[in-house]
Design a protein around this ligand. Structure first.
Ligand code: MN
Length: 153
């Protein structure tokens, strides 16, 4: 079969374009800091986020979370509220009070959907709030909304 040169040219160009957009997507892979003390929740959520293309850094308590937030300036933080050493509310307050980290969006995660939990999280400076057990599509929607808000400013 004799393929017209134009067709081959076109196919190569298309392939080139697809590789280029893939590269662009990977280079923009957002970095998420997940601060969660429960090992099972941490492993499961981090694996699911990585499968969606995010780069995930982990911290197991509030103190380590603040330290990693300052050292790595992630694009977004998922903050469990009930944490050892420094709890999620206090860690959020401190990160939001520091000009180096105040711009990082924080989504609070709590185990119970108590009516005042969301209000408490927002008062400490969290940008959004979600409850466990995690429903991934719902959480991804909140993550993407905050990342896009950050990209637009
Ligand atoms: Mn916890």
């Amino acid at each position: 079969m004799n393929w017209p040169l134009e067709l081959l040219d076109f196919l190569l160009l298309t392939l080139d374009f697809r590789l280029w957009t893939l590269e662009l997507r990977l280079s923009r892979m957002a970095k998420i800091l997940l601060i969660e003390d429960n090992e099972m929740n941490r492993d499961m959520l981090s694996r699911r986020l990585e499968r969606k293309g995010y780069s995930v850094t982990l911290a197991v308590d509030g103190a380590e979370g603040m330290q990693k937030a300052r050292a790595e300036i992630p694009d977004l933080i998922l903050m469990d509220m009930s944490l050892p050493i420094v709890d999620g509310w206090e860690a959020t307050r401190q990160l939001k009070a520091d000009k180096d980290t105040s711009g990082i969006p924080i989504i609070a995660l709590t185990a119970h959907a108590m009516a005042n939990d969301e209000q408490k999280a927002r008062e400490s400076g969290c940008d959004d709030f979600d409850t466990k057990p995690i429903e991934l599509p719902r959480l991804l929607g909140k993550i993407e909304a905050l990342l896009q808000r950050g990209a637009a400013t």
